[in-house]
Design a binder for this molecule. Structure first.
Ligand code: ADP
Ligand code: MG
Length: 339
């Protein structure tokens, strides 16, 4: 027998799942991003035991048609791009077609989905990458994913999970970022039956900041607004007095996507240099829109890294825009706070 074997699909999916599914929060990220891409106006995220035993995500988006349901769980199957050319200009959070196959490879999934065009919905079950059943059911428009027993078939990965409390706090952080990145969508986060976050979806970013961080932060915000041919920046930054000892409050989003970028963190911190003490980090919720093909989001499977075609321009633009708001504050203090 030859030594080299092509792996079967279930094994391939299990291996690939390692890249995108690290913990319950990764599943919530992928499923909530799918809900956003599906045009949902409201997304409810429920977890039990930190999401290890139970995650349920319900959206009122476009739903999945019956003939697409089982294909959606195939690796590299997506409705969001058609060809490599589309990679240059991506308007959705997903596009790699890996999440559903990865999640299904390492957990027990039940999907209930219905499109507006159909009178009936579909219940689909898949466990450890194996289809269990597909049947028609009554269901509201939209999609519910129920994900149970994460890593039940990959004990090595299960060992790396932290306590339910720690896993739940990762999910809460993630929902916070999603809510801040999409004020026009209502997010609800329910942990062990208790509602922890519930944003209105009224489109007002300041309301979301107030809901999540409370009055202490919300009453010390400065608005940021700047635009040029390639870039647009909107959002709020904290007055220097609400700066903290770590970077946890540095939130920024590019084209609606939460990312990590050393260059952006540096631009923010450099802009604050003259305003804060050393080792203090500002509060920011900034939305950067990059127009055209100057941005590459396809750097890593989790899409947390991005590459810019014009690093220096982006750095200068951010530094100047933030600097202007900080200087402006010295002249005209205070932004009103919602009651
Ligand atoms: P990607 O998001 O990269 O396209 P996924 O594996 O996350 O890949 O999802 C596969 C496909 O399943 C999506 O392209 C989309 O068509 C469909 N889908 C997944 N979740 C939803 C949802 N909540 N509502 C509607 N369609 C969905
Ligand atoms: Mg996706």
């Amino acid at each position: 027998m030859s030594k080299i074997q092509v792996l079967d699909q279930i094994t391939i999916d299990k291996i690939a799942a390692g890249e995108v599914i690290e913990r319950p929060a990764s599943i919530v990220k992928e499923l909530a991003e799918n809900a956003i891409d599906a045009g949902a106006g409201a997304i409810v995220i429920e977890i039990k035991e930190g999401g290890i035993s139970f995650i349920r995500i319900t959206d009122n988006g476009c739903g999945i048609a019956k003939e697409d349901v089982s294909n959606a769980f195939l690796r590299h199957s997506t409705s969001k791009i058609r060809s490599v050319d589309d990679l240059m200009d991506i308007h959705t959070l997903g596009f790699r077609g890996e999440a559903l196959s990865s999640i299904a490879a390492v957990s027990r999934v039940e999907l209930i989905t219905k499109t507006r065009e159909n009178d009936f919905g579909i219940t689909y079950r898949i466990e450890g990458g194996k289809e269990i059943s597909i049947e028609e059911t009554g269901a509201p428009d939209g999609t519910t994913f129920l994900v149970r027993q994460l890593f039940y078939n990959t004990p090595a990965r299960r060992k790396f999970l932290k306590t339910p409390m720690t896993e739940a706090s990762h999910v809460a952080d993630l929902v916070t970022r999603l809510a801040l990145s999409h004020p026009e969508i209502s997010f609800q986060f329910i942990n062990n039956g208790q509602s922890k976050i519930h944003t209105s979806g009224n489109g007002n970013l300041k309301d979301v900041i107030y809901h999540i961080y409370g009055r202490d932060i919300a009453s010390h915000l400065l608005e940021v607004k700047a635009e040029n041919e390639h870039l647009k920046l909107t959002g709020y930054i904290g007055e220097p007095i609400v700066s903290r000892g770590n970077r946890n409050f540095e939130n920024y989003y590019i084209n609606g996507r939460y990312v990590k970028s050393q260059m952006i963190s540096k631009a923010i911190e450099d802009a604050y240099k003259d305003f804060t003490m050393q080792h203090k980090y500002p509060f920011t919720v900034l939305h950067l829109e990059v127009k055209g093909d100057l941005l590459d989001v396809n750097v890593h499977p989790t899409k947390m890294e991005v590459r810019f075609g014009n690093q220096q321009e982006v750095y200068n633009f951010l530094c100047e825009a933030i600097g202007r708001s900080l200087h402006h504050e010295e002249l005209i203090p205070h932004v009103e706070v919602p009651e």
